[in-house]
Design a protein around this ligand. Sequence first.
Ligand SMILES: NC(=O)C1=CN([C@@H]2O[C@H](COP(=O)(O)OP(=O)(O)OC[C@H]3O[C@@H](n4cnc5c(N)ncnc54)[C@H](O)[C@@H]3O)[C@@H](O)[C@H]2O)C=CC1
Ligand SMILES: O=C(O)C1=N[C@H](C(=O)O)C[C@H](O)C1
Length: 249
Amino acid sequence: MTRVAVNGVTGQMGGAVIEAATDSEVVVGFATSETSAVDGVPVVHPADAAEALREYDVDVVVDFAVPEGALIVAEACVDAGVPMVVGTTGFDEDGLARLQDASEEIPLLKATNFSQGIQVLQRLVSEAVGTLDDYDLELMETHHNRKVDAPSGTANSILDVIQEERDVEPVYGREGHTPRKDDEIGVLARRAGDIRGEHELVLAGNDEVLSLSHRAEDRGVFAAGALDAATWLVGHDAGWYEFGDVVDA
Ligand SMILES: NC(=O)C1=CN([C@@H]2O[C@H](COP(=O)(O)OP(=O)(O)OC[C@H]3O[C@@H](n4cnc5c(N)ncnc54)[C@H](O)[C@@H]3O)[C@@H](O)[C@H]2O)C=CC1
Ligand SMILES: O=C(O)C1=N[C@H](C(=O)O)C[C@H](O)C1
């Protein structure tokens, strides 16, 4: 069985990964909270991660935490020579560059969304935006009220896909007198309740509206995808990998 360490183990996704780990074993977790164990999994401070990766003979790290925590653990993975799956979102340019640096030393797979449906959605978005190349575009996402980064990592990834096809300028929410420009894409983030994650791209023009949307119904979908990615990543060469590599394999 693949021996997994979970970064952010006391969080919502940390719990979902422990629950989803039936074909792999979560042997240790990292978190800044005082907790010493969660569901029988020992919790170690991220500052001591390199030592723990060796002590618990970890094969791969699965990360759902915060950017600063993910970067500390990425350095520990480089130190211990352990592959890392990064699910945390909200990195700035410097953080992304540091993950790129780490991927020169270890296999590192980063995804803003570990659901297979979002992989397919991104391919459909690319085709739709490339084909309906003069339609207006609006991108919406909705998440639970504890989410701290906005727009979601997934919305930013969808925006990247769109910008590969069309030169559009994002406008984040609108207020007041804001006439729409032809080359803009409205991007809207909503936060409410315990909504697991909804994304929708609307394309409108030519007296018709096409809506491409996805809704995650349980965090288990992300946890299962991340664990699949973790098992797949073990044994690969150092480098930068994406979830599409796993889905296509
Ligand atoms: N890629 C994907 O498919 C998905 C990504 N996410 C992302 O995963 C991240 C975590 O999401 P949730 O579990 O909902 O958040 P959460 O707030 O429930 O959990 C965050 C965890 O990080 C820990 N933490 C805080 N500071 C830390 C540090 N410096 N070092 C290490 N750990 C630290 C907390 O103790 C907690 O265990 C977010 O960035 C979220 O956007 C969430 C779901 C799916
Ligand atoms: O914080 C979440 O919950 C989620 N975060 C990811 C994101 O920012 O896109 C993925 C998913 O939508 C759930």
